[in-house]
Design a protein around this ligand. Structure first.
Ligand code: MG
Length: 156
């Protein structure tokens, strides 16, 4: 078994859609990024790459490369999964925590788990997404952005 962890954070920016774990979430702003800013999928990709000993998302998909401008992060996730499959690895389970003061994410969690499970190629019940606030402390608490943490377990 191979365990990996990933962390990401992005700043809010006006005039962008908010996409988290592949799910469009209604909000008055989105997340600034070279890609679509899906902080949950970025943390998940880093956890997957970390478990497989393959570095990190920035090494595979540099944010200086124009081909990744505005890209749907699910495409990056599927590419990461393809390289894990090439190495004979599959996902046993994944656990994510999203840290946001707002918007309220709980209603979107079932859809997020379904999206991620589809891309990870594992049953939905093996994908867990949690959301928390930081009780108005720190950058997430002040509503400056969203952070995400992911842990995965890979099996041959
Ligand atoms: Mg990122």
């Amino acid at each position: 078994m191979l365990v990996g962890q990933g962390i990401d954070a992005h700043r809010f920016a006006p005039g962008r859609p908010l996409v988290l774990a592949g799910v469009r979430v209604e909000h008055d702003q989105g997340l600034a990024a070279h890609s679509d800013g899906d902080v949950a999928i970025h943390a998940l990709c880093d956890a997957l790459l970390g478990a497989a000993g393959l570095g990190d998302i920035g090494r595979h998909f540099p944010d200086t490369d124009p081909q990744y401008a505005g890209i749907d992060s699910r495409i990056l996730l599927r590419r990461v999964m393809a390289s894990l499959r090439e190495r004979g690895l599959s996902v046993h389970n994944a656990d994510l925590t999203l840290v946001a003061q707002r918007p309220r994410l709980a209603p979107h969690i079932p859809a997020m788990c379904e999206v991620l499970a589809a891309d990870l190629g594992c049953p939905t019940e093996r994908v867990n997404v949690k959301a928390t606030t930081t009780e108005r402390m720190g950058f997430t608490g002040r509503g400056e952005g969203i952070a995400a943490f992911a842990v995965v377990l890979l099996v041959p």
